[in-house]
Design a protein around this ligand. Structure first.
Ligand code: ATP
Ligand code: MG
Length: 301
């Protein structure tokens, strides 16, 4: 387990000033880690990932058996920050029956004919399950805020899209998440914080390595040109929607091994903090189990 203070540093506290520039996308900035050296940290992160996957599988098992809570995990990030790889990694440790991933891309005509929360609302995890959102309703206060002309396609009954409009969207999101939490869905939100320089390196790799060419889309480069606008939109959205019940974690994402270890740790720690136990066997059920065993043993082989 990663020390709780380190995890705590990643969590965005409600009511405190939040600035993205206080969060380094690298991960060797803390004294403690500098002393260890990069290779040692990398090795430790690998060990942690393996431990986490085991812990996560165990946590998910109890979650499923208890059938009381659901877990919603939201991933948001700039392109090439490692969302897909992180999700793949987290998923590799859990029972596929208890976990579902949804990706939210450009909205369809049907999506746009509803409110911006609708398409995600249909995909919320059932009790006992983990639901992973690869992008989410947050896109509507991120990409849509960076490109406000997208609002024209949303058919909203208003003309002004100023500060108040965005504040209302944050409120709507907070209300949805409060509703989820009150009704037994644990909400965890990750912003994979990659630097602009690292994104450039990863894009170049996608262009240079034939096996990675498929991952590159010219649209990604177009969005990169809006980097500062995206950072401003992320900063505002995270500040407005990191609540005690549904916190944002800003994950340093320039090193994939660090990002994966941290994400895994936040998820397992959160599920473990629910203090779940396997359902108790009632006396009636115990009797039924004993009866079933008697019957099976009495069968002629
Ligand atoms: P990958 O590139 O790894 O396959 P991705 O999530 O980047 O995954 P793309 O199809 O490349 O998928 O991009 C999806 C695009 O859809 C993103 O640029 C995202 O900002 C955009 N998008 C998502 N939700 C909305 C929305 N509500 N309105 C407008 N654009 C959206
Ligand atoms: Mg993409």
């Amino acid at each position: 387990m990663i020390r709780p203070e380190l995890l705590d540093r990643l969590r965005v506290k409600p009511g405190k000033k939040f600035r993205l520039k206080d969060h380094d996308p690298g991960w060797d900035q803390t004294e403690e880690l500098k002393v260890l050296g990069k290779e040692a940290v990398k090795e430790r992160a690998r060990e942690l990932m393996a431990e986490n996957l085991k812990d996560l599988a165990a946590a998910q098992d109890v979650l499923y058996a208890g059938d009381k809570y659901a877990v919603l995990i939201i991933f948001q990030a700039m392109d090439a920050a490692g969302k897909d790889g992180t999700i793949k990694h987290v998923m590799s440790g859990v029972n596929p029956q208890g976990c579902q991933v949804f990706s939210f891309k450009q909205p369809s005509k049907e999506d746009l004919d509803h409110t911006f929360l609708w398409r995600c609302g249909k995909c919320m995890p059932e009790r006992g399950r983990i639901g992973i959102f690869n992008r989410s309703y947050y896109e509507d206060v991120l990409v849509v805020k960076v490109h406000p002309q997208l609002l024209a396609g949303q058919g909203l009954p208003r003309e002004k899209f100023g500060k108040k409009f965005w504040a209302e969207r944050y409120d709507d999101i907070n209300a949805l998440e409060r509703h989820l939490v009150r009704n037994g869905t644990v909400v965890i939100k990750f912003f994979l914080n990659v630097s602009k320089a690292e994104q450039k390196r990863r894009f170049l790799e996608r262009l240079d390595v034939p096996e990675k060419n498929w991952k590159f889309s010219p649209a990604d480069l177009a969005e990169r040109a809006y980097w500062d606008d995206y950072m401003a939109a992320y900063e505002q959205a995270i500040a407005a929607t990191s609540t005690a019940d549904a916190p944002w974690y800003v994950i340093p994402a320039d090193h994939k091994w660090a990002a994966r270890a941290l994400v895994g740790d936040v998820i397992t720690t959160t599920i473990r903090n629910l203090d779940l136990t396997y359902p108790e066997v009632t006396p009636a059920k115990r009797e039924a189990l004993a009866e079933a065993k008697k019957k099976l043993l009495a069968e002629a082989d």
